[in-house]
Structures are given as structure tokens and as C-alpha cells.
Design a protein around this ligand. Structure first.
Ligand code: NAI
Length: 306
């Protein structure tokens, strides 16, 4: 793992960078020397377009600080829009070196009440959006023999959360997509990693607060800044991260976690094979001591952010 941790000369596209964590990533990579395509559709939390000028405002902020940035207002959910974002980078600076798939929306609701539209909209922005933008950049990365992807996943998908079936499915799908990209494009020196961020943003501000426990949890969330996530993203995009691919990290204030990936935990075997009866008598009792509880993210991250 040698090479610079700075991003001088690199061209980075950050999706959903008009606010929240994406804006922090755009500002941080620009401060590290990158030229930035700031993408944002200007969507409300649920995905309706309300503030189309949001991307331009962040691009201006970068230029005002002496950096280089252009804005793009396309939707990641649209394959043509994703092509246009990457084309903007190529047209402006002649190359693309890094992609941060960060754009996102939420349409929370308990599974038994979730509409097709709410499932579809969230999968489209997160999972298809990540595919569309990554796929648009892939031929350029392949041709130049280098490139880095960073995708925002979530502990809602990696661990679990209530009332987020659409979002959790998309976010765990993104982790698998990232691993597949890392495997398929390793031969072209292309890396792909995920970050599960914890940060106070309008996304987390939508968390329902009905009890004192939830209020205390939200107070803790408010301490967690997107800039902390942005530092990890910036590093992962740099040449210093040359040996880092196919990994899932979490970033929570000053803590950084390497998250697990699925492996067999325990096995049971019967030479003659299994019947439903022997599974009930022997197989499941042997495995059940190792079952995962039905935990949510907050049951796993049980201590305050530090
Ligand atoms: P945010 O809601 O503040 O920012 C998301 C941005 O994406 C918005 O500016 C929005 O306009 C943009 N966007 C939405 N749909 C788009 C589309 N189709 N095309 C282009 N842009 C679009 O959210 P936040 O919290 O900054 O989240 C950023 C990422 O981090 C998301 O992927 C989210 O799922 C993930 N995340 C955030 C966590 C947190 O604690 N804030 C926790 C876990 C994951």
C-alpha cells in the first residue's frame, strides 16, 4: 500500500453531492486536489425533484475555495443520465478516476404495508443507480488500467432495521455488487469498496422520535458528521489504498470498522442425508445455538460514538 493519499490530478464523480454526506465527500476530495463532478438531482427525501440548483451550489463552493468542479443534475436511476455524468467528466477533463455512489432516497414503511412503488423507487435510485453509474465508468477504468469505486451501503442492509425492506435490500445488494465489481475488474487494476456511514443528515433526521430512548439515540446521531465519512472515502479513492478492494467499512465519528462478510459459521452432517424429521431432531438443534438474533443496527452498535 504505497502511493499518495492525495488526489491531485484525479477526476472524481460524486453522486447525490448536493447535500449531506455527498457534499462533504465532494468538498473533501476537492481539498485533496481532485477535480470533481458534483451530481445531484435536487431530490426531496422521498425522491421528488425540488431543488435542481443544489449540485451547482456545491460546485460553486468548491470553485470559490480555489478548486475545480462542474455540476450535473441527472438522475442516477436513469442509465442515460449516468452516462451523461461520466461524459461530463471526460468532456471537461478528459478522464475519470473515481466514482462515489452516494445518491439516495428513503421511502420507509413496514413490509406488510410497503407499496410496489415505494419498493421500486428505492431500489431504482440505490441499486440500479449504483449499477448505472459504475457501468458507465467501467469501460474508461478498463481502458486506462485504473479506477476506484466507493459505494455507500448501510448497516440497515448489513445488519437490519425495521420498516426499511426496500432500503435494506438495495443496500445489501450494493455490497454484493461492489464485491462483484472488485472481482471482475481486479485484472484492470480497478478497486471497489463500500462504506456504511453514520452521519447526521436530513436522511437520519427523518427517524421517528416517539420515545425518550429514540430521542437519546437521535441526540447521539447528531454528533456524527459527514466529514468523518468523507475522509475515509477520499483515502479509498487514492493511490495509497492500492491494496484495498472488495471490503466493507463503516465510519462512525472517529471510529472506523471493517465489517464482516458472510462465511459458513457451523455445519452439521449425517452420512445417510437428512429428512425433515432428522433436521428437526438433530440438524436444527445443533445449528440453533449459533443462530443470529433478529437484531437491528442499534443492537450491534451498542456504545456511544467516540
Ligand atoms: P441526503 O438525503 O442528505 O443526500 C442524498 C442526496 O442524493 C440528496 O442531495 C438527493 O438530492 C440526492 N439524490 C436523490 N436521488 C437522486 C438521484 N436519482 N440522482 C442523483 N441524486 C439523487 O442523504 P445522506 O444521509 O447524505 O446519505 C448519503 C448516502 O449515505 C445515501 O446513499 C444513504 O443511503 C447513505 N447512508 C447514510 C446514513 C446516514 O447516517 N446519514 C446511514 C447509512 C447510509
Amino acid at each position: 500500500m504505497s502511493g499518495s493519499s492525495r488526489l491531485d490530478g484525479k477526476v472524481i464523480l460524486v453522486t447525490g453531492a448536493g447535500g449531506g454526506i455527498g457534499r462533504d465527500v465532494a468538498l473533501t476530495v476537492a481539498a485533496q486536489g481532485a477535480r470533481v463532478v458534483v451530481n445531484d438531482l435536487g431530490a426531496s427525501l422521498g425522491g421528488e425533484v425540488t431543488e435542481a440548483e443544489r449540485a451547482e451550489a456545491v460546485a460553486r463552493e468548491i470553485r470559490d475555495a480555489g478548486g475545480e468542479a462542474v455540476a450535473n443534475g441527472d438522475s442516477v436511476a436513469d442509465p442515460g443520465g449516468a452516462e451523461a455524468m461520466v461524459a461530463r467528466a471526460i468532456a471537461t477533463w478528459g478522464r475519470i478516476d473515481g466514482i462515489v455512489n452516494n445518491a439516495g432516497i428513503l421511502r420507509d414503511g413496514f413490509f406488510h404495508k410497503m407499496s410496489f412503488e415505494d419498493f421500486d423507487a428505492v431500489i431504482r435510485v440505490h441499486l440500479y443507480g449504483t449499477f448505472n453509474v459504475s457501468r458507465a465508468a467501467a469501460p474508461h477504468f478498463k481502458d486506462q488500467g485504473s479506477g476506484a469505486f466507493v459505494h455507500m451501503t448501510s448497516t440497515s442492509g448489513l445488519i437490519g432495521n425495521l420498516a426499511q425492506a426496500n432500503y435494506s435490500a438495495a443496500k445489501l445488494g450494493i455490497a454484493a455488487l461492489s464485491k462483484s465489481i472488485a472481482l471482475d475488474m481486479q485484472r484492470f487494476n480497478v478497486r471497489s469498496n463500500c462504506i456504511a456511514p453514520f452521519a447526521w443528515s436530513r436522511m437520519t433526521s427523518s427517524i421517528k422520535v416517539d420515545t425518550p430512548e429514540q430521542e437519546a439515540r437521535v441526540r447521539k446521531l447528531m454528533e456524527m458528521k459527514g466529514e468523518k465519512v468523507a475522509v475515509l472515502a477520499s483515502y479509498l479513492l487514492s493511490d495509497a489504498a492500492a491494496g484495498v478492494s472488495g471490503q466493507i467499512f463503516a465510519a462512525r465519528n472517529n471510529e472506523i470498522f471493517l465489517m464482516g462478510q458472510s462465511r459458513p459459521l457451523r455445519s452439521v452432517h449425517r452420512g445417510e442425508g437428512w429428512t425433515p424429521e432428522t433436521l428437526a431432531e438433530h440438524g436444527m438443534p445443533a445449528l440453533s445455538g449459533t443462530f443470529y438474533p433478529l437484531s437491528v443496527s442499534a443492537d450491534v452498535f451498542t456504545w456511544d460514538p467516540v
